[in-house]
Design a binder for this molecule. Structure first.
Ligand code: ADP
Ligand code: MG
Length: 375
């Protein structure tokens, strides 16, 4: 059974979600809103998603027994994170429709496949080279410095990345975790992202382009909409829609881009699932990214992705941000979302806060800092 079929799963059906984290939790809550049951597959018996879902299979993502049990308990399958084994996925695809399909997942798991496929789709990327082993390393200097090396698989929140300033630093590198990709560091004006959703009938809907800022490699703030010329925002949306259509996506996808100093939009990476840079939609849109995803997975109609307000999303990361929660709760206009994680380890995403503004009234740079109580 493939994602290409148009089967509709009416409210009351069971949606299986692979992964038990916060994206699964918020997807499960959106599914519950529409009357679905949610069944989670997760290696641990408790998790943010399991705590808000009807039931769960506890087991590893590549365990055939767990996968069989999981598949037998749901009507349609989706996932909240990408790093499921390809073998596990093909087992599932034999039993149930998987949306989006295994092919897209395989691409987004591997930066080389991803970049190759995105280039085929006709979008611009940062100049890059494959680095399968030490022998490929000297050639990456041709990209120009500074450059960045990234592990091809399992990178997230800036992990598995090495910045290289010059040729001396490059030749001094040892014991790298190959395979890698090398990318030229882009001198960007802004980092943008677009959430795009596509239904099994080919309908494509696109949220407004937003602007993202990172702190220690982790998303810190999203501004919705991005403060760019309308022409740039439209170009960003067109790129996201082109990728969604080209890949035959069914479900939602985050497309990260660099708005380069010269005005080019370069695609950084795609995530075929709900994405942290789409959390602003939970308060600033009638239908948010999670409901759009669930609708696409279930084969329901996809309404236009309308934004009724401007929004600023702040991530809450680690114990230092959890310490701010009492003050955030007492802040007028702050919509708090917590993920129910029991332990606030440094660097762990614990929740986020959305602050809304009338359309066209995003605060200026200085006021932005004062929206939430200080760290
Ligand atoms: P992850 O999978 O960890 O999100 P990314 O490839 O998105 O990995 O990189 C994380 C962040 O590092 C980006 O959001 C961006 O801020 C910075 N970065 C990554 N690649 C480049 C690049 N080629 N040029 C400039 N900045 C980059
Ligand atoms: Mg990224």
């Amino acid at each position: 059974m493939t994602a290409q079929n148009n089967q509709v799963f009416a409210p009351g059906s069971t949606i299986g979600i692979i992964g038990g984290g916060q994206l699964g939790r918020m997807s499960a809550m959106a599914a519950a809103k529409l009357g679905y049951r949610v069944h989670i597959l997760n290696p641990a018996a408790t998790s943010p998603a399991i705590e808000v879902s009807a039931s769960a299979t506890v087991g590893f993502y590549d365990d055939p027994v767990a996968l069989e049990d999981f598949a037998s308990r749901c009507d349609v399958v989706t996932f909240e994170f990408e790093n499921i084994s390809v073998e596990g996925l093909s087992l599932l695809e034999k039993r149930r429709p998987v949306r989006p399909g295994g092919e897209i997942l395989r691409i987004s798991q591997d930066r080389v496949l991803e970049k190759t496929r995105l280039a085929q789709a006709g979008v611009e990327l940062a100049p890059w080279k494959e680095v399968s082993g030490p022998a490929d390393l000297s050639a990456v200097g041709e990209l120009g410095f500074p450059l960045i090396l990234k592990t091809t698989r399992f990178g997230y929140d800036g992990k598995g990345q090495f910045r290289v300033e010059n040729a001396e630093a490059l030749s001094a590198l040892t014991d790298l975790p190959y395979p890698l990709v090398a990318e030229k560091m882009i001198d960007f004006q802004r980092e943008l992202s677009v959430m795009v959703v596509r239904g099994s009938d080919g309908t494509v809907r696109c949220f407004d382009a937003v602007e993202n800022r990172h702190r220690d490699g982790i998303l810190d703030i999203t501004l919705a909409p991005a403060r760019v010329m309308p022409e740039v925002a439209e170009r960003a949306q067109a790129i996201a829609m082109r990728i969604a259509t080209d890949l035959g996506l069914v479900g939602i996808m985050g497309v990260e881009m660099f708005h380069a100093a010269d005005g080019q939009l370069l695609v950084n990476e795609i995530a075929p699932r709900p994405h942290n840079s789409g959390h602003w939609t939970m308060d600033a849109c009638l239908i948010d990214q999670f409901e759009m995803h669930i609708r696409a997975v279930a084969g329901l109609p996809l309404p236009p992705a309308r934004r009724h307000s401007d929004a600023v999303m702040h991530n809450l990361v680690g114990p230092e941000d959890m310490a701010r929660v009492p003050a955030i709760l007492a802040t007028d206009g702050a919509s708090l979302h917590l993920y129910g994680k029991h332990e606030a380890r440094p660097g762990r995403k614990m929740g986020h806060v959305n602050t809304l503004f009338p359309r066209g009234a995003l605060p200026g740079e200085l006021a932005l800092e004062g929206l939430l109580p200080p760290r």
